[in-house]
Design a binder for this molecule. Structure first.
Ligand SMILES: NC(=O)C1=CN([C@@H]2O[C@H](COP(=O)(O)OP(=O)(O)OC[C@H]3O[C@@H](n4cnc5c(N)ncnc54)[C@H](OP(=O)(O)O)[C@@H]3O)[C@@H](O)[C@H]2O)C=CC1
Ligand SMILES: O=C1Nc2ccccc2C1=O
Length: 325
């Protein structure tokens, strides 16, 4: 019988645990629909929900959780909830987390991530999330490559661990150079994970090995390549789905979970959510074949303008082929 992805948990570097399969909650259209997605996912066995202040879905996740708790489907301690602090809140992550907790209807979250390692110019409510000048250029608080405000912001997140508002903190969209600049300034709490785009078209072995060596887990976002699910179309993914009698989505989740990475699929299709739960046991050779697809043909699908300049690299074997600076 095929194993279940919903029953795999990983250990974090602070001794706590995290379910390997988490539901992504970026809205596809009306954010209200996320309520049913969360209820469906939890009833199908998911125990990890990934959200962010930026997504505008926390309120509906809160409604779903309240219903699930009230009906006795799960208890608060059974569910792992992640939220994130947007860079326009770099100056006051505590306020961002207070807003998220209020919207989620929770006393604490399990994990707060620094969403991007940059500082954007925001007011006391983090507005606007993408501040632009009259020429349409993003307004940063300091230089996105050489600036240090993202480090100060991480240090403020560390203070949050000392409160009861979050159990753990982590990072997202960190390249190796960005992390190397943060590392000497960490006061007490190392990040437990780095959430990055990762799928067979964007394998980043150097980055993954670096963070694994630091004891920091990798959490893979956009596992099917986000809107339009381009990664599903890879012929090898289709072949493996047939071979193991699972969906292509489950192959793409197994690609991460079997290698110790958390994976965050998202769907507005409730039937699809229910089917992304099995864990086919792909062989080492098959995992390597999937990995090689992106070595030959790397594609990044989340191309947010604030993602440039962060020092992400694509490698072909040992040769640096492209730098996204
Ligand atoms: N930290 C960060 O900066 C980021 C974090 N994330 C997190 O990761 C989560 C997942 O990433 P996300 O980019 O949302 O996307 P995914 O890679 O999970 O892609 C979801 C999209 O693929 C479609 N899809 C999935 N399966 C199929 C299929 N079999 N056939 C056709 N279409 C399909 C879905 O459509 P449908 O709704 O019809 O199923 C949906 O539009 C996010 O929701 C968020 O929580 C994502 C990006 C950045
Ligand atoms: O920062 C983000 N940019 C995105 C673009 C698409 C989906 C999710 C996200 C993020 O979390």
């Amino acid at each position: 019988m095929t194993k279940l992805a919903t029953s795999v948990v990983f250990k974090l570097n602070n001794g706590k645990t995290i379910p390997a399969l988490g539901l992504g909650t970026v809205p596809s259209g009306d954010p209200k629909h996320v309520k049913d997605q969360v209820i469906t996912a939890v009833k199908a066995g998911y125990r990890h929900i990934d959200t962010a202040w930026y997504y505008g879905t926390e309120e509906y996740i809160g409604e779903a959780l309240k219903e699930l708790f009230d009906e006795g489907v799960v208890k608060r301690e059974d569910i792992f909830v992640t939220t994130k602090v947007w860079p326009s809140f770099w100056h006051n992550p505590a306020k961002s987390v207070d807003i998220s907790l209020e919207r989620l209807g929770l006393d604490y979250v399990d994990l707060v991530l620094q969403h991007w390692p940059i500082a954007l110019h925001g007011d006391e409510n983090g507005e606007p999330p993408a501040p632009k000048d009259k020429d349409g250029n993003l307004i940063y608080e300091d230089d996105p490559i050489t600036g240090e405000k993202y480090i100060q912001s991480y240090n403020k997140l560390e203070d949050l661990v000392e409160t009861s508002k979050t159990k753990s903190i982590g990072i997202s969209n960190y390249s190796i150079p960005k992390y190397k600049r943060l590392l000497p300034h960490i006061k007490k709490h190392k990040p437990v994970l780095n959430q990055i785009e990762y799928h067979p078209h964007l394998p980043q072995r150097e980055l993954v090995e670096y963070f694994q060596h630091q004891g920091i887990l990798i959490s893979a976002y956009s596992p099917v390549g986000s809107n339009g699910a381009p990664v599903i179309k890879i012929p090898l993914v289709q072949e493996l789905a047939k071979k193991y009698d699972v969906t292509p989505n489950e192959i793409l989740s197994a690609y991460h979970i079997l290698e110790g990475r958390i994976v965050l699929p998202r769907s507005s299709n409730l039937e699809r959510i229910k089917t992304i739960v099995r864990l086919p046991e792909l062989s080492k050779t098959e995992l390597e074949e999937l990995y090689q697809i992106g070595v030959k043909d790397p594609q990044r699908y989340i191309n947010d303008p604030w993602g440039y300049g962060l020092g992400f690299r694509w490698w072909k074997g040992d040769t640096l082929t492209k730098v996204f600076d």
